[in-house]
Design a protein around this ligand. Structure first.
Ligand code: HMG
Ligand code: MG
Length: 302
């Protein structure tokens, strides 16, 4: 398999990135971030989640954020919906895609969405059916495909099992997530290969958190398998509230730099992306988590 010549990035910063922020981030700032990401050329943006505000207070402004967007044609706006209640709220705000999110680990499923893997699939099934009937695309996020904060290492067979269940209920494409960033290239490849038993290469994406600094290596390992869809987070924002110590996704700026350096097309303007990352980092009052952004910003000053 040769390395893809084009990659599609989904920026999950507004959702995965900001969900973990302790202080409330005003909806206007989230909206501005989405606008800057689309201006930088992102064609897919994960905007928010329709989850319980008791569980994730930061996403309680989902409606305000979604209706406040000036949408750009050709951009896909996705949102997380864990159950029918979330879907019914989301559908009023017209997302292009909804995301159901399960885990390859039982313990993580319980901690994150308060039910077993089997129960989660039962809950997702009517959500997937309703979304598809409404012409809304459906993605499935699969957490802990390499390691789990509660169960340790996760075998590829468990990833294949979850991918099969997702496929069985009609989920159109899936994200192979290394939630706590413990993966290394061969392990991530094994999780991707397990998923490829049930999904074609165009419908599998990599979602790598960078907790152990492995996410770029894992991205390259995924590219070697032909995977060409990835999720990343501008300025490396984020972490999962139910995975202690997990840091953000790999920074979008870092992935774009890697890809452009390899001659792989993304359609993204790195300078504009760095501006978007600088904007949100300034709003949050801390330096960007992107090494590439920090290097390029330092050069601008110099
Ligand atoms: P539950 O407590 O089992 O739900 O939570 P329930 O059905 O028993 O309802 C309890 C209460 O929640 C009720 O309210 C419901 O109305 C309300 P009350 O009567 O107590 O006032 N409720 C809701 N409210 C708003 N929106 C909803 C909703 N559903 C129920 N959709 C639930 C189950 C899934 C809701 C809960 O566990 C939850 O919200 N979890 C959120 C988890 C989350 O957002 N995690 C982060 C995203 S996943 C992630 O980051 C991983 C990913 O990036 C990939 C990776 O890196 O691994 C995707
Ligand atoms: Mg994540």
């Amino acid at each position: 398999m040769s390395i893809p010549s084009r990659v599609r990035l989904i920026d999950v910063g507004p959702r995965d990135g900001l969900q973990n922020e302790k202080q409330p981030v005003p909806a206007a700032i989230k909206i501005e971030l989405v606008h800057r990401l689309q201006a930088a050329g992102l064609k897919e943006i994960e905007v928010t989640s329709y989850v319980s505000p008791k569980w994730v207070p930061q996403m309680a402004d989902n409606h305000e954020v979604m209706v406040g967007l000036s949408r750009q044609s050709g951009v896909r706006y996705s949102v997380l919906t864990p159950n029918l209640k979330g879907f019914e709220a989301a559908v009023r705000d017209q997302p292009d895609e909804i995301v159901v999110f399960g885990a390859a680990s039982e313990a993580f499923s319980q901690k994150n969405i308060n039910c077993s893997i089997a129960e989660s699939i039962e809950r997702f099934a009517p959500v997937v059916e309703a979304a598809r009937a409404a012409g809304i695309a459906v993605r499935g996020a699969m957490s802990c495909t390499v390691g789990c904060p509660y169960e340790g290492e996760i075998a590829p067979e468990r990833v294949a099992y979850l991918a099969g269940l997702m496929r069985g209920i009609g989920v159109q494409r899936v994200d192979v997530a290394d939630t706590i960033g413990v993966g290394t290239p061969r392990k991530v490849q094994a999780a991707l290969e397990a998923t490829l038993q049930h999904y074609g290469i165009d419908d599998v994406s990599g979602h790598f958190h960078d907790t152990y600094g492995q996410a770029l290596s894992n991205t390259l390992a995924a590219l070697e398998l032909g995977v060409w869809n990835f999720q990343s987070s501008v300025a490396g924002l984020g972490g999962c509230p139910y995975a202690k110590g997990a840091t953000g996704n790999v920074a979008t700026e870092d992935v774009v730099y890697l890809l452009h350096g390899m001659g792989i097309e993304t359609g993204i303007d790195l300078d504009a992306l760095v501006d978007a990352g600088a904007y949100i980092s300034e709003q949050l009052g801390r330096p960007s988590g992107s090494r590439v952004a920090r290097a390029l910003l330092a050069k601008r000053v110099g």
